[in-house]
Ligand binder design. Structure first.
Ligand code: MEV
Length: 315
């Protein structure tokens, strides 16, 4: 067995988070400035497979991982897909090392990117590289641990590393961006728990579906309009759509004072539109900007409390 490595990007949701769990479309794009990287080395004379993730202080034998640990679910899934039988203590000894620059609990897909990189690296190490479709399906099983009802958008955009127009349960649609546009991503520094915000939206929806369903439907209309704007080469018109999407997310109860402050700061510094991105409650927001004002908006966001900003070009 030879050393192998794999890498997967982070992601942001441009439009449609939360409503996507209820069957509406959403648009997500990969962010290649941040990545999860996995390297596997065969261990000569070693007695078992180990996993190291120095960034989060993990150093464990594979068979000591709790069964419900995301890495254990990813590993068992990929081993079974590659025809390697249990128990885990029987797998060829290796050291799997994970490094990630994707902020944890920031809504940028850190967990999904680690899963995708682990599944690809292990399957390649075992001599059975898996097709994207299977990598995506295995990563989705891991996403289910993070919150019970994932739409699947995070693992999909990260597996395919292309802009996706995603509708739960439907064939994956990637699309092209003829006129690139610039986004500033800003991190509130407040950990975001997708499980909590998705759970709260579900409780709200169950208690009062007549209030939530029109919000979800309106988000769906915004997503379709956004796709049309992107594909027809008029990305500037995305700004007001982002603003309205943020207002709907506020009504659903998934924004936070920190996110709202950053959204206001971005608009005040000249952004064309801004919204939270991902699960909300904390984590990241995004702002659409003219390329030449990106640094000014990023600075205003840091002055308003952002712990990190990333300027990225989509397309
Ligand atoms: C999380 O990145 C996006 C949510 O819509 C949840 C999901 O789609 O599974 C909040």
């Amino acid at each position: 067995m030879r050393a192998t490595s794999s890498t997967a990007p982070g992601k942001i949701i441009l439009f449609g988070e939360h409503a996507v769990v209820y069957g509406q479309p959403a648009i997500a794009v990969p962010v290649t400035h941040v990545r999860a990287e996995v390297r596997i080395e065969p261990t000569r004379g070693g007695d078992s497979a180990r996993i190291l993730a120095p960034g989060v202080g993990l150093d464990t034998r594979v068979e000591d991982l709790p069964l419900s640990h995301p890495l254990s679910v990813a590993l068992r899934g990929v081993l079974s897909a590659c025809g390697v039988a249990e128990p885990l203590s029987d797998i060829p000894p290796f050291t799997l090392t994970i490094h990630s620059t994707i902020p944890v609990a920031g809504g940028m897909g850190s967990g999904a990117a680690v899963s995708v990189a682990v599944i690809r690296a292990v399957s390649a190490f075992l001599g059975h590289p898996l097709p994207d479709e299977q990598v995506n399906a295995l990563a989705y099983e891991v996403e289910k641990l993070h919150h019970g009802t994932p739409s699947g958008i995070d693992n999909t955009v990260i597996t395919y590393a292309r802009p996706v127009y995603f509708v739960r349960g439907q064939p994956i649609e990637t699309f092209t961006v003829p006129t690139p546009f610039t986004i500033v991503i800003a991190d509130t520094g407040v950990p975001s728990s997708t499980a909590i915000t998705v759970g709260n939206v579900r409780k709200g929806w169950q208690a009062d579906p007549d209030r939530f369903n029109p919000w979800f439907e309106r988000v769906g209309q915004l997503v379709r309009a956004a796709r049309h704007a992107i594909e027809s080469g008029t990305p500037r018109t995305l700004g007001p759509l982002m603003d309205e999407n943020h207002a709907l997310l506020q009504q659903m109860g998934v924004s936070s004072p920190e996110l709202d402050r950053l959204v206001e700061a971005a608009r005040g510094a000249g952004a064309l539109g801004a919204k939270l991105s991902g699960g909300g409650g904390g984590g990241n927001m995004i702002a659409l900007v003219e390329a030449e004002s990106a640094e000014k908006v990023a600075e205003a966001l840091r002055n308003a409390g952002a712990v990190r900003t990333i300027v990225t070009e989509i397309g």
